[in-house]
Design a protein around this ligand. Structure first.
Ligand code: HEC
Length: 168
C-alpha cells in the first residue's frame, strides 16, 4: 500500500464515523423509552375518572388508600340488578390483549353492562384514552381475572351490591 492510499482509506474511514453516529441516533429515537408525560397523565385520569372505584379492590372503602401496584386488578364484589351480576374486570390483564389502536376503537364503541360507565369512555378524547392505556400497560399485568358475569336468576357466591329494580 502506498502512503497515498493509506491516507485515503483513513480519510474515508473517518468520513464514515458521522454516518455511524447518526445511525445510532436514529436507532435511539426508534427505541425510545415509555412516554412518561403520557403515562403520568393517564395516572391522573384514572384517578379522577373513578376507574379505581370499582376496578380496584378496597379502593372506595379505604378512601383511595390502595398501593398503585394493586390498581385496576379487578374485583370479586358483584353488582347485582335486573341485568344479572357483573364484576369489574381486571383491566391490567384485559389490556394486555389489545394494542393501543384496538383499545381506542373498543373504548369509543363498546357498551358494557351496569354499573360500568361505558358512556364516559365514549366521551373521552382519543389522547386521554391513549394516556389511560399507556398508564395501565406501564403498570403491567397483575392479579387474576374477575369472576365471570352471571345472568339474571343465577345466584352469585360472593358478596354483592344489590341494585333496585328500575323505576316503572
Ligand atoms: C361504578 C363501577 C365502575 C366504574 C366507575 C368503572 N367501571 Fe369499568 N367496569 C365495571 C363493571 C362492573 C364491568 C363489567 C361489565 C360487564 O360485565 O359487562 C366493567 C368493565 C369494564 C371494561 C370491559 C373490560 C372487559 O372485560 O372486556 C373496561 C375496558 C372498563 N370497565 C374500563 C373502565 C375505565 C377505563 C374506567 C374509568 C374511566 C371504568 N371502567 C370505571 C365497573 C366500573
Amino acid at each position: 500500500m502506498t502512503m497515498y492510499s493509506t491516507r485515503r482509506s483513513l480519510a474515508l474511514g473517518l468520513a464514515l464515523v458521522p454516518a455511524a453516529m447518526s445511525a445510532t441516533l436514529v436507532h435511539a429515537q426508534i427505541v425510545k423509552g415509555p412516554d412518561m408525560k403520557s403515562i403520568e397523565r393517564g395516572r391522573y385520569l384514572v384517578k379522577i375518572a373513578g376507574c379505581n372505584d370499582c376496578h380496584t379492590p378496597g379502593y372506595t372503602q379505604t378512601g383511595g388508600k390502595v398501593p398503585e401496584k394493586a390498581w385496576l386488578t379487578g374485583d370479586a364484589l358483584g353488582w347485582r340488578g335486573p341485568w344479572g351480576t357483573t364484576y369489574a374486570s381486571n383491566l391490567r390483564l384485559v389490556l394486555q390483549k389489545m394494542d393501543e389502536v384496538q383499545w381506542v376503537a373498543t373504548a369509543k364503541s363498546a357498551q358494557y353492562r351496569p354499573p360500568m360507565p361505558w358512556f364516559a369512555l365514549h366521551d373521552m378524547r382519543t389522547q386521554d384514552l391513549k394516556d389511560v392505556y399507556r398508564f395501565i400497560r406501564y403498570l403491567g399485568p397483575a392479579g387474576e381475572h374477575a369472576p365471570s358475569y352471571l345472568p339474571p336468576g343465577q345466584e352469585p357466591k360472593g358478596p354483592v351490591v344489590q341494585f333496585p329494580a328500575p323505576p316503572k
